[in-house]
Design a protein around this ligand. Structure first.
Ligand code: OOG
Ligand code: NI
Length: 489
C-alpha cells in the first residue's frame, strides 16, 4: 500500500465516521446472512415511531440528550475470540474506529466459560455520531476439564488467522500515521468485515466438533470455526415489552424472560430480550482425505446466531448499581430457581414487587445520587440574566467534579437547571449470561469455580480497560462545565 508517508493532518477520515460506515456495512451483511434480523429491525423501528408519537416527554428527552438522531443506528454486536493474540489484534482493529475496551465482565460464575469487555466510543459526542459497540468475549480454555481436549483446542486455534493481511497492514498504517485516508478507510471497512463473516465450512472434523460441543457449546462455536462470526446485532427500542409482544405476534421465537430490571416509568440500565438461535447447515471437514466426494466436507449443523433487542435507561452510580444488584439477587432468591419459560410470569411479578424499592422518578434518582444526569440550562435560564447570574454565583467556588448534590437540587428546583438522563452505554453480566444461555442448545454446568481476573484479561488484551463509572461521572461533570461556560455573565 502506498501513502505510508502521509502526514497526520486534515486528510484523515475521522474514526467516528469509519465506525459509522463499518456498523452500516456490518448491518447489511448480517441482514443478508440472517434475514430474521431484518424483520426485527423493522419491528423495532415501527415501535419506536409509535412511542415517539405517543410519548412527547420521551421525544423531548431524546432531543435534549442528542440521542434522537442515533436511535435508528445500529447498537451492538457480539463476538467470541479464542486466543490472547486475537484479542489484542481486535483491540487494535477497534481502535481504528475509535472503539476502546470499557468494563470487565466475568461470566464464569454464571456457567459461561468466557470473560469479556465491550468496545465502544467513550464520549457523548462520539457516541452520538455512532453508538456502535461490540461485546467481545475471550474463551477460557483453562476452564475445560478435559486436558487432552484443551490441548487439541489450543492447537486448532493456533492454526487459524482471523484477520486478513490487508486489515493488519491498515491497522499498522493507522498506528504509524495516526489516521487513515478516505481510500484506506474504505478498504479498512471491507477488510475488517471479513473477520466477522459467517463461514459455513468448518476447519475441524465432525468428531472433534462434537467433543468440543459436549464440553460446552461455546467452545465448539469458537474453536470449530474459521473466525469470530458476529453472533447477533441488537437494535435499540424505546419499548421492549411492545417488541416482545410484536415478536410473538409475528411468530418470531422470542426468549421467555426479558433480562434486566422490570418495566418502569424511568428506565434504568438495560433490558434485553432475543429471538432464539437458528440451526444452520455447516459442512464439517472430513478427516478421511481419500473421500472427496463432497469437496472434502460432510453436512451437519450448528446453532449460534440470533437476534436481540435492547432498551436502554439511565446509567447508575455505584450506589444505584449496588441497589440494582441487591434487588435483582433478592428477586432471584425469592424465585428459587433460574428464571425460565415455565416461571416467567411468576418471576416478572416478583421482580416488579422487589423493584418498588428503587425510586422511579428522575428527581429522586438525582437527589439520592442513584443515577447520572446531564445538567442543562432551562429555556428560562437561557432567556434570563438573573438565572445565569444565580448559576454563576452558586457554583463559582466549587470544583465542578464535586458540587454538593443539595446545591444542584436547589438549582433544579428553582428551574435554573434541568436534568436529562445519561443513557447507560454498557452491559450487565447477569443479563449477558442469560442471553448466552438462552442461545445454547444444551445444558451446561451451572457455574465454573476457576478464578477469573481483570488483570489477566488486560494482559491478553494488551491494554487497560476503561472504568465505565468514571466515564459517566466525567460526562456529568462536563455537562455542568458546559452550562457554566455558556452563561454570558
Ligand atoms: C454475548 C452475549 C452478551 C449482551 O447483550 O449482553 C450480549 C454473546 O452471546 O456472545 O451480547
Ligand atoms: Ni447482546
Amino acid at each position: 500500500m502506498k501513502n505510508n508517508s502521509v502526514s497526520p493532518d486534515k486528510d484523515f477520515i475521522c474514526s467516528d465516521d469509519i465506525r459509522h460506515h463499518f456498523s452500516m456495512a456490518m448491518s447489511a451483511m448480517y441482514q443478508n446472512e440472517v434475514p430474521l434480523y431484518g424483520d426485527l429491525v423493522d419491528l423495532v423501528s415501527d415501535v419506536n415511531a409509535e412511542v415517539l408519537t405517543s410519548h412527547p416527554d420521551v421525544k423531548s428527552q431524546l432531543l435534549h440528550t442528542g440521542e434522537i438522531e442515533r436511535l435508528s443506528m445500529e447498537r451492538h454486536g457480539a463476538i467470541r475470540l479464542g486466543t490472547a493474540a486475537e484479542l489484542s489484534m481486535m483491540r487494535r482493529l477497534f481502535a481504528v474506529m475509535g472503539m476502546y475496551p470499557v468494563g470487565y465482565y466475568d461470566l464464569a460464575p454464571a456457567g459461561v466459560p468466557v470473560h469479556s469487555t465491550a468496545f465502544r466510543a467513550l464520549d457523548s459526542h462520539s457516541l452520538h455520531k455512532s453508538p456502535f459497540r461490540v461485546f467481545t468475549s475471550l474463551l477460557r480454555l483453562d476452564l475445560i476439564a478435559d486436558k487432552t481436549l484443551q490441548q487439541e483446542a489450543t492447537a486448532t486455534l493456533a492454526q487459524r488467522q482471523i484477520f486478513t493481511a490487508g486489515v493488519i497492514e491498515l491497522i499498522e498504517i493507522f498506528e504509524v500515521q495516526g489516521g487513515l485516508t478516505a481510500a484506506q478507510a474504505e478498504q479498512f471497512v471491507q477488510e475488517a468485515l471479513e473477520t466477522f463473516r459467517w463461514h459455513d465450512k468448518t476447519p475441524v472434523a465432525k468428531a472433534l466438533y462434537q467433543r468440543l460441543l459436549n464440553q460446552h457449546p461455546l467452545v465448539a462455536d469458537v474453536v470449530g470455526f474459521k473466525g469470530p462470526h458476529i453472533n447477533h446485532l441488537t437494535p435499540r427500542t424505546l419499548d421492549i415489552d411492545a417488541v416482545q409482544q410484536g415478536m410473538q405476534a409475528r411468530g418470531i421465537p422470542s426468549k421467555a424472560i426479558i433480562e434486566g430490571p422490570p418495566r418502569r416509568a424511568c428506565p434504568i440500565l438495560l433490558r434485553q430480550t432475543s429471538f432464539k438461535a437458528l440451526q444452520e447447515a455447516v459442512g464439517f471437514k472430513v478427516s478421511d482425505t481419500s473421500d472427496l466426494s463432497n469437496g472434502g466436507y460432510e453436512q451437519g449443523h450448528h446453532t449460534a446466531r440470533f437476534g436481540e433487542i435492547e432498551q436502554r435507561g439511565v446509567a447508575l452510580t455505584q450506589k444505584g448499581r449496588a441497589l440494582y444488584d441487591e434487588l435483582l439477587a433478592a428477586a432471584r432468591r425469592q424465585l428459587g430457581v433460574t428464571p425460565n419459560e415455565d416461571n416467567a410470569a411468576q418471576y416478572n411479578q416478583i421482580l416488579a414487587e422487589v423493584f418498588t424499592a428503587f425510586p422511579d422518578d428522575y428527581q429522586t434518582l438525582h437527589e439520592e445520587e442513584l443515577a447520572y444526569f446531564y445538567y442543562q440550562l432551562t429555556d428560562s435560564t437561557l432567556d434570563s440574566e438573573d438565572g445565569q447570574a444565580l448559576l454563576a454565583a452558586t457554583l463559582s467556588t466549587d470544583d465542578l467534579n464535586k458540587v454538593p448534590n443539595a446545591k444542584l437540587t436547589a438549582l433544579i428546583n428553582d428551574e435554573v437547571l434541568r436534568i436529562e438522563p445519561i443513557v447507560y452505554e454498557d452491559f450487565l453480566p447477569v443479563s449477558a449470561a442469560g442471553i448466552f444461555q438462552s442461545n445454547l442448545q444444551q445444558a451446561q454446568p451451572s457455574q465454573y469455580d476457576g478464578y477469573s481476573s481483570q488483570q489477566e484479561f488486560e494482559r491478553d488484551l494488551g491494554a487497560a480497560i476503561y472504568d465505565e463509572v468514571a466515564l459517566y461521572e466525567s460526562m456529568q461533570a462536563q455537562s455542568l462545565e458546559q452550562c457554566l461556560s455558556s452563561v454570558s455573565i
